[in-house]
Write a protein that binds this ligand. Structure first.
Ligand SMILES: NC(=O)C1=CN([C@@H]2O[C@H](COP(=O)(O)OP(=O)(O)OC[C@H]3O[C@@H](n4cnc5c(N)ncnc54)[C@H](O)[C@@H]3O)[C@@H](O)[C@H]2O)C=CC1
Ligand SMILES: O=C(O)CCC(=O)C(=O)O
Length: 321
């Protein structure tokens, strides 16, 4: 009986994906920890598995080596695969797959949620009113503001659509220019320094790769407007957190909405305790709908792999640091 290790917390909510695996004759090993697994834990559970469905667990070279004798696929439940050592997987002949498009709308909606929450001070007022207070904090509109999108791929594009509906003007930085974004939404491609200098809101949607890791640092923060609000639903590694902490504390920038952190949960509460920061615990794709799509697509990849079929959405290029 083929064995699949299914780790993402919300995978088990998808009845259809579960049923697909059971119909395909899989024994399914669930993650009962309720959190992503560390390398040492994964090394134990991976042994003898034919397929691994992973969220943001530590799929290192050692994990892949432990699974290599039987492992036929590592199916990422999502799109950001920086938690998987793709180079080691390539070397061991284990395909790595992702679920492109499945989390897109949910992450875009969270980016907008964070923009609105920071600019309208929703968490502070919510806490105040629940506490019996009536502290009315003056906010700012999104309308007529400049949104700078770093990484105009699937999620970035969905953010643009929504931002334009809020009457925002959108500028973007990406190595690839999408003509449809220019034609349909009037997106203007700019250099990174231009984006930092002109944006009222900056939203990150690029993968964690050597070119992007640490891109939000003392230098880039110094180029931003004092009224700028930074949104990060991409990866914590894009930000030098100490530099962001200093910029937010000193008024170098006005606020931040953060879903992702270098270490999750964050190593210290310094940034998240700041009054001008709104956070969430890496839940960009954590919706019923995205979970359903990601689970189905990842289950399909696991089934394809045990049937000896080629993966549908393989990734080859490592994005690890
Ligand atoms: N918070 C969450 O729960 C989630 C976070 N993510 C993150 O969002 C990222 C983006 O996802 P998608 O839009 O689906 O990926 P995508 O591959 O469709 O888009 C990424 C875009 O970034 C661009 N890019 C690459 N290198 C760049 C650089 N140096 N500077 C600027 N742009 C660059 C690419 O050209 C591409 O257009 C993922 O890599 C992942 O890290 C994804 C899903 C859920
Ligand atoms: O597995 C998760 O919960 C997060 C998924 C994610 O961040 C991604 O798709 O890049």
């Amino acid at each position: 009986m083929p064995k699949v290790v299914a780790l993402p917390r919300s995978f088990s909510r998808s009845e259809e994906a579960k049923e697909m695996l059971l119909q395909a004759g899989f024994e399914v090993i669930w993650n009962t920890e309720g959190r992503p697994l560390k390398e040492a834990e994964l090394i134990e559970v991976i042994k003898g598995a034919d397929a691994l469905i992973t969220g943001i667990d530590e799929v290192t070279a050692k994990v892949l080596e432990a699974g290599a004798p039987t492992l036929k696929v590592v199916a990422k439940y999502g799109v950001g695969y920086d938690n998987i050592d793709v180079e080691a997987a390539n070397r061991l002949g284990i395909p790595v797959t992702i679920t492109p498009g499945a989390p897109t709308r949910s992450v875009a909606e969270l980016a907008l949620t964070l923009m609105l929450s920071v600019s309208r001070h929703i968490p502070q007022m919510n806490a105040g009113v629940k506490d019996g207070g009536w502290g009315r904090i003056t906010g700012t509109e999104l309308g007529d503001k400049v949104l700078g999108v770093v990484g105009l791929g699937a999620i970035g594009a969905e953010v643009v659509k929504r931002a334009v509906a809020f009457d925002m003007k959108v500028i973007a930085y990406d190595a690839f220019v999408r003509q449809d974004m220019i034609d349909k939404y009037g997106v203007q491609y700019v250099t990174l320094p231009e984006l930092y200098a002109q944006s009222d809101f900056i939203t990150l949607h690029a993968p964690a790769i050597p070119e992007t890791v640490g891109m939000i640092n003392k230098e880039s923060l110094a180029q931003m407007k004092k009224s700028a609000i930074l949104i990060n639903t991409a990866r914590g590694d894009l930000v030098v957190e100490q530099d962001l902490y200093e910029a937010l504390s000193s008024g170098q920038i006005a606020g931040a909405g953060l879903d992702t952190f270098v270490q999750e949960p964050p190593a210290t509460l310094d940034i998240v305790s700041l009054p001008n920061v709104v956070t969430s615990p890496h839940v960009g794709s954590n919706t019923v709908e995205a979970g359903y799509r990601m689970a189905k697509m990842a289950a399909e990849e696991a089934i394809r792999a045990v049937n000896g079929e080629a993966p549908k959405f393989p990734v080859k290029i490592p994005v690890n640091k």
